[in-house]
Design a protein. Structure first.
Length: 227
């Protein structure tokens, strides 16, 4: 059943009462007068906060790993004040533990670039962490050594794909082939050691000092030693 209207349509497009008559009949003038000549304005109600989602009753058997947010910014490693270019360092860990080496520069990764020189104690150009070294008061002049080409990429190892073993070779021991050092590395070692050896040989007994391995003997107190 159609709802009855206060202003029925007489013919198509013509109503019984005019717009002004309907205005007064509805009492809109009284509402406007009551509110200072304007219709009351009601602000829209703020949207209700969404209800918190309830935890599901069932969860998957396998845990879904979510990536952890990492907002930390890497800061450059601060170089110890006692370590300056040319300082003789004592290695405390690794293959050359106890050897004395010459510090050349700090790499962008924070590691220290050092060398033996190789001809004196067999330590080649390598990177070491300053947490595993002792800085001595002995200095070597390295003004003639050029180390601009050395960075972390220079020491990066090439990733090699693992070969699949055949059935007859599965239980056999793999033959380890000796990896020969590239000629470029040998040339770089000579280019660094040549001017460095001249500086070392100019100082009396420094060559023997670098060639001697550091060690502690009975009765020596490490905290009282002066390097």
């Amino acid at each position: 059943m159609a709802a009855k209207t206060r202003n029925p349509e007489l013919i198509r497009g013509v109503r019984k009462f005019s717009r002004s008559a309907v205005y007064h009949k509805r009492g809109l003038w009284a509402i406007k007068k009551k509110n200072g000549g304007q219709f009351p304005h009601h602000e829209k109600a703020s949207a209700a906060a969404p209800a918190p989602e309830k935890a599901p009753k069932f969860y998957p058997a396998d845990d879904v790993k979510k990536p952890l947010s990492n907002t930390r910014k890497l800061k450059p490693t601060k170089l110890r004040a006692s370590i300056t270019p040319g300082t003789v360092l004592i290695l405390l860990a690794g293959r050359f533990m106890g050897k004395r080496v010459v510090f050349l520069k700090q790499l962008p990764s924070g590691l220290l670039l050092v060398t033996g020189p190789f001809k004196i104690n067999g330590v080649p150009l390598r990177r070491v962490n300053q947490a595993f070294i002792i800085a001595t008061s002995t200095k070597v002049d390295i003004s003639g050594v050029n180390v601009d080409k050395f960075n972390d990429k220079y020491f990066a190892k090439k990733a090699e794909k693992k070969k699949k073993k055949a059935e007859d070779q599965f239980f056999e021991a793999e033959k380890q082939e000796k990896v020969s050092l590239p000629a470029e590395r040998k040339d770089d070692q000579k280019a660094v050691d040549t001017p460095l050896l001249k500086s070392v040989e100019s100082v009396p007994d420094l060559k023997y000092y670098l060639g001697a391995r550091f060690s502690l003997k009975d009765g020596m107190k490490p905290h009282e030693l002066v390097f």
